[in-house]
Design a protein around this ligand. Structure first.
Ligand code: AHR
Length: 434
């Protein structure tokens, strides 16, 4: 082989090596999660969903029409359907609507509306004891959003210009239109002034089956701020999503916002989806994707009742920077899960002597739930997710309860009890498995 030829061979090899590295270069996105079809949460507790991804899990709350706020927790969207409902807050009211879950300063807040002893429906707030979205929660009081303790629903937190606000829906005294409002918050559970109207249902597509603006939810990207909301009445198939954009100035002034002339998400008769709305947005586990969770009916004759089920799908973005929610997908469409979902691996812990398995006794889900041994059955109550706690220690989370194996009451004597408790990453929940 001449020298020239050998050089060509080396050059060709280098080029091939570089190309192969380029070809195997990993995309910015992580792998998608397990596939699923909608609805991801079936009736009845499945309208007006708020879905938040935090520390490896999705946390889901929705309208229950009872006195309780119940929460589901799952590592994947596909797992939401089988995730147990856990009562995280008893509201002391009735027909709880549209809970909104928000983390503020390492505490979680639930904003929800209930009726109480015949008084108008109002918005109330509960605060988590610690950093666990599963609670427990303490009632923090009612938000004074409208004059004369007036009716107010569908609260959601709005963070803008470094300040806290709450958007909500109420009937405007001046024209009795159920409109979209914004009020300032001095802290997560106190409105420092009554709400100011940002949008009234004035356009024809906002007045079908009833003139309504409600279910506001903030969406921010690329320096732009959108306040999306539901329009028309939920008692018909024409419930849909509209959008305002913040243009600067005092957010409490309606003139600081412009309304997009057309809806951004609405019914698809071809896909059999009616009245899509009262949504929330969430980010994929790897932070690269925006998704929407919304409710919808499967028949044009259904309305505001418990037929509304929760669906999710990915949000795209238009070249001009506005969100493109597309069309609500059919319940037969198979979707890949959000990017970066990790299906946690679970282990079974079996005793050599008894040949029994470590078990969340009686399917407990509240802090202090017992741990015993039971005949190995492979059920969720006997599945434990081991996660590193650092320094060679691990925490053991039960798949059913979502609670952590815990040295109960920090005991140190032989015979000390083992129970389950809200995961807190304290030493009493750190186990060295050697
Ligand atoms: O689902 C109950 C109420 O109906 C919600 O608060 C509102 O958004 C919807 O119209």
């Amino acid at each position: 082989m001449t020298v020239l030829c050998r050089r060509n061979v080396v050059a060709a090899f280098v080029v091939a090596l570089v190309l192969s590295l380029l070809v195997i270069a990993r995309p910015a996105h992580a792998a998608p999660g397990p596939s699923f079809t909608n609805p991801v949460v079936p009736a009845p507790n499945s309208a007006d969903p708020t879905l938040v991804f935090h520390n490896g899990f999705y946390y889901y709350v929705a309208t229950t029409w009872t006195s309780d706020v119940v929460m589901r927790r799952s590592a994947t969207i596909a797992g939401l359907r089988s995730a147990p409902e856990q009562v995280v807050h008893r509201t002391n009211g009735t027909t709880m609507w549209a809970p909104h879950l928000e983390q503020i300063n390492n505490r979680w807040y639930l904003y929800y509306s209930v009726e109480q002893s015949g008084a108008p429906r109002r918005t109330h707030v509960a605060e988590s004891a610690g950093s666990d979205p599963l609670g427990p929660y303490t009632y923090r009081g009612v938000l004074n959003l409208m004059p004369n303790n007036g009716w107010a629903i569908d609260a959601a937190v709005v963070r803008l210009n470094g300040a806290l606000y709450v958007t909500f829906s109420a009937f405007a005294p001046e024209d009795d239109l159920q409109s979209l409002y914004l009020a300032p918050l001095s802290n997560p559970w106190t409105a420092s002034a009554y709400g100011r109207r940002l949008s009234a249902p004035t356009l024809s597509w906002e007045r079908q089956n009833g003139a309504v603006n409600e279910g506001g939810f903030l969406l921010q990207r690329g320096g732009r701020t959108f306040l999306t909301y539901s329009a028309s009445h939920c008692n018909g198939p024409n419930y849909k999503i509209g959008m305002l954009e913040y243009r600067g100035g005092d957010p409490l002034n309606a003139s600081s916002w412009t309304k997009f002339p057309n809806p951004i998400f609405q019914r698809s008769d071809a896909n059999g989806v009616y009245g899509p709305g009262h949504h929330s947005f969430f980010t994929s586990p790897d932070g690269t994707e925006t998704w929407i969770a919304y409710h919808a009916n499967s028949s044009s004759s259904q309305g505001c009742g418990t037929t509304r089920t929760t669906r999710v799908q990915k949000v795209n973005w238009n070249a001009d920077g506005t969100p493109n929610l597309g069309v609500p997908v059919s319940t037969s469409t198979v979707l890949q899960g959000p990017s970066g979902e990790v299906t946690p691996s679970y282990v079974r812990i079996r005793n050599r002597h008894s040949d029994l398995c470590l078990d969340d006794y009686n399917w407990g889900t509240t802090p202090g739930a017992e741990v015993r041994q039971w005949t190995c059955n492979g059920l969720a109550v006997q599945q434990w997710r081991i996660t590193s706690a650092g320094d060679g220690y691990s925490t053991l989370v039960n798949r059913h309860s979502g609670l952590c194996l815990d040295d109960f009451e920090w005991a140190t004597d032989p015979g000390a009890e083992v129970r389950q408790w809200t995961c807190n990453d304290f030493a009493a929940q750190h186990w060295r498995i050697s």
